[in-house]
Write a protein that binds this ligand. Structure first.
Ligand code: CA
Length: 613
C-alpha cells in the first residue's frame, strides 16, 4: 500500500515537474522610482534550470541569481528613467525553447495629493482589530482551503468574521467620533491553523487575508478613507512570519530565517541591544530568537531578505496609497536593517510615517530606538517615533496612584521631563490602551471621573493620540488572556441585539463617554496649540498637575486634580503662561471664566481651559 502511494506521488511529481511559475514578486512595479534597481523573486518548480530573458526599452536584466533552493531565481533588474509604463514578457527558456512567460507590468506612480500623507500629532488614530469590529461580508467568513476553519464568536481564539467591508460600512461612525486616522492590526494573509485572527503571523506578504477581503478591496478602503479625510496606517511585522506560509514550506535558502540547533525563543528583552554591560549571547537571543514556535524569526541580515522586505513595504505604500506603518515588535529586528529599510521608504515617500512598537518601561529605552536621539549609539535608527508605553504607565499612575515623590501625578510629570532624550517626542504615539494591554476603563476601576481624566490627558498631550476601538463606549476587560480585550464591537454583526454604533444603541453613560471623546477630538482638530503647540509643565503641588499647550496663536491650560476632593487652585505661579490672559473658556462645559486668578477643581478631574485676553 505504501509503495503504491509512493508510485502515485512520483507519477504526480513527473506530471507536474514541468514548469509552473508559482510566483513572481513583486507582481508588478512602477517606473520612475527613486531606486532604479528591482530584485524579482521567482518561485517555480526547478526554475533554476531555466535561462531568463526580457526585452523592454529602459529595462536591463543585470543578473540572474541562483540560490540554495533550485525552486527559486532572483532577477536583478535595472529600470532607467526612460522606461515607460507598460507590459513586457519575462521569458524562461530551457534547452533553447521558450517554456514559460510572465507578463510583467511597470505602472505609472499615482501622485494624487491625498496619498502617502503621513500621520502626525494633528491626527487622532483609531486602532481596530478587523476580525472583531464588524462583519460587512458574511460570504468571506470561511474560505475553503484555508487552514483555520473556525467561525465562532463565543470563542476569543476563533475567527469572528469581521472584515474590511465592515470597517468601510462604519467610516461615518469614526468620522463622527472625530477620528482622523485608522490603524488596523495586520490584515495581511495569515493562513495559520490556530488563532489566525490576530494577524501577526503572515503567510503571504503580498496578499490581504481573503477573510478580510482582497487587495483591490484594501485599496478601495484606503481610497474611501482618504475621500473622508481619514488617513490609513498599516501594521507591519518585519521581524517574523507565520510558520505555515508558502515560503516557510519551501525556503529559498536555509538562512532566510534564523536557524538554531534546536528551537530557541527570543528573550523578549529590549535591553541587550543598548546595555553597555550586555553579553553577546543575550543580544543574539534578543535579535535572532524566534518570537514563538509558530513565528520564525526573519534573517534581516540576508541581502535577499533585505531586498524582498524593502520592496514589499514600498509596494504596499505605492499600491494602496497608505500613510504610515506601525512596526510590530520593533526591538527584536536587526537594527541596521531597520535603519536602511526606513531610509529606503523615506527616500521614496518623504511624508510617510513610521512608528515602532516598543513594549518597554522607560523613556531611555524608548528613546534609544528613535531617530537622532541624544544617546550616542553610533548610528541612526531613522525611526520617527514609538508607541509610548512609558507615558501610558505614567498616565495610569497619575490616575490610580497615591500622591508621593515619584507617585500619583508626579510620575506623569517626571516621565514628560525625560522628553529631552528624544529628537522629537511629538512623533510618539500616545495611548490609554491597545490590543495587548488591559482596557482603559477597567484599569481605572470603571471610575467614570478617572475615565474622563485619562481621555482629557490623551487628547491634550504632546504626540499622536491613539484610541483603541471600544474605549469610547466603555468596553472593558483585563488582558489575561489578551483575547478578552479583543471582544466584538456590538452592532458590528447583523444579528447583534444592540448597535453601539448608534446613540440609540448606547447606554446613557456610553453616550456620555462617546460625546466626551467627540468634544475633545473635535476641539483638537481645530486647536493648533493641542495639535502642534509646545508643552510647558509645572512641578505638581498637592497632587495637582498643571500643563500648558501653546503657540503664538493659542494657549490651552490643562489642570489635573488627582485628589479625591475638590480643590481651589491659586494660579499665581503660572504667570509665565498666564501673562496677558484674564479669562478662559472651559472646553468641555463651554462655561466662561471671567477671572483666572483662582480656579475651582472638582475631585478627580481634568479641567481644560482655552485662555482668552
Ligand atoms: Ca466576513
Amino acid at each position: 500500500m505504501k509503495r503504491f502511494f509512493l508510485l502515485l506521488t512520483s507519477i504526480f511529481f513527473l506530471l507536474t515537474s514541468h514548469a509552473q511559475l508559482e510566483r513572481v514578486e513583486p507582481m508588478f512595479w512602477w517606473t520612475q522610482m527613486v531606486n532604479p534597481k528591482l530584485q524579482l523573486l521567482v518561485h517555480g518548480n526547478k526554475i533554476a534550470g531555466y535561462s531568463v530573458s526580457l526585452n523592454y526599452k529602459g529595462v536591463t536584466l543585470q543578473k540572474v541569481k541562483m540560490v540554495e533552493n533550485s525552486n527559486y531565481l532572483f532577477l536583478d533588474l535595472l529600470i532607467d528613467k526612460n522606461a515607460k509604463p507598460g507590459k513586457f514578457d519575462i521569458v524562461f527558456s530551457q534547452q533553447g525553447k521558450k517554456a514559460l512567460r510572465y507578463a510583467y507590468e511597470l505602472k505609472q506612480q499615482d501622485k494624487s495629493t491625498n496619498r502617502n500623507q503621513g500621520v502626525t500629532d494633528k491626527d487622532l488614530i483609531y486602532l481596530i482589530m478587523p476580525d472583531r469590529f464588524s462583519n460587512g461580508d458574511t460570504t468571506n467568513d470561511k474560505i475553503a482551503g484555508m487552514k483555520d476553519q473556525t467561525l465562532n464568536r463565543d470563542s476569543m481564539y476563533y475567527r469572528h468574521g469581521g472584515d474590511l467591508q465592515g470597517i468601510i460600512n462604519h467610516l461615518d461612525y469614526l468620522k463622527d467620533l472625530g477620528v482622523t486616522a485608522i490603524w488596523l492590526t495586520p490584515e495581511i494573509e495569515n493562513d495559520m491553523s490556530h488563532a489566525s485572527y490576530h494577524g501577526y503571523a503572515a503567510t503571504d506578504l503580498y496578499k490581504i487575508d481573503p477573510r478580510y477581503g482582497t487587495n483591490d478591496l484594501y485599496k478601495t478602503y484606503v481610497e474611501k478613507c482618504h475621500a473622508l479625510g481619514l488617513k490609513v496606517i498599516k501594521d507591519v511585522v518585519p521581524n517574523h512570519i507565520g510558520s505555515e506560509g508558502w515560503m516557510m514550506q519551501d525556503l529559498p535558502m536555509k538562512d532566510w530565517v534564523h536557524q538554531w540547533p534546536k528551537y530557541t525563543n527570543t528573550n523578549y528583552r529590549d535591553e541587550p541591544l543598548m546595555d553597555p554591560h550586555a553579553s553577546a549571547s543575550d543580544r543574539k537571543l534578543q535579535l535572532d530568537g524566534w518570537f514563538v514556535p509558530s513565528m520564525p524569526d526573519v534573517n534581516e541580515s540576508n541581502t535577499y531578505v533585505q531586498n524582498y522586505y524593502i520592496q514589499n513595504y514600498i509596494w504596499w505604500i505605492e499600491y494602496a496609497g497608505i500613510d504610515g506603518y506601525r512596526i510590530d515588535t520593533y526591538p527584536y529586528n536587526d537594527p541596521q536593517f531597520m535603519a536602511s529599510w526606513a531610509q529606503a521608504i523615506k527616500a521614496q515617500f518623504p511624508s510617510f510615517t513610521l512608528f515602532g512598537e516598543t513594549f518597554v518601561q522607560t523613556v531611555a529605552e524608548q528613546a534609544f530606538y528613535t531617530e537622532g536621539n541624544t544617546v550616542n549609539r553610533g548610528f541612526d535608527t531613522h525611526l520617527q517615533g514609538v508607541t509610548d508605553y512609558a507615558l501610558n504607565a505614567s498616565i495610569y499612575e497619575a490616575l490610580n496612584g497615591k500622591e508621593g515623590w515619584d507617585n500619583g501625578v508626579n510620575r506623569l510629570y517626571e516621565t514628560l521631563s525625560q522628553d529631552f532624550l528624544y529628537k522629537d517626542p511629538a512623533k510618539n504615539s500616545v495611548f490609554l490602551d491597545d490590543h495587548d494591554v488591559s482596557r482603559f476603563y477597567s484599569v481605572v476601576g470603571e471610575n467614570f471621573d478617572k475615565y474622563k481624566m485619562g481621555i482629557a490627558i490623551l487628547l491634550t498631550m504632546r504626540g499622536i493620540p491613539e484610541l483603541y476601538y471600544g474605549t469610547e463606549i466603555l468596553m472593558k476587560n483585563f488582558s489575561d488572556p489578551d483575547g478578552l480585550v479583543r471582544e466584538d464591537f456590538k452592532g458590528g454583526w447583523a444579528n447583534d441585539s444592540v448597535d453601539k454604533f448608534t446613540a440609540e444603541g448606547r447606554t446613557d453613560s456610553e453616550n456620555i463617554a462617546f460625546n466626551y471623546v467627540k468634544i475633545l477630538a473635535d476641539y483638537r482638530k481645530k486647536s493648533s496649540a493641542l495639535q502642534i503647540g509646545k508643552l510647558m509643565q509645572y512641578v505638581p503641588e498637592k497632587n495637582i498637575y498643571v500643563y500648558f499647550r501653546y503657540n503664538n496663536k493659542q494657549t490651552v491650560m490643562i489642570i489635573v486634580n488627582g485628589n479625591d476632593s475638590s480643590k481651589t487652585l491659586d494660579t499665581h505661579r503660572f504667570g509665565e503662561r498666564l501673562n496677558g490672559f484674564t479669562k478662559a473658556k472651559n472646553i468641555i462645559t463651554q462655561e466662561k471664566l471671567l477671572g483666572i486668578q483662582s480656579i475651582d477643581l472638582p475631585r478627580h478631574s481634568a479641567t481644560i481651559l482655552e485662555l482668552e485676553k
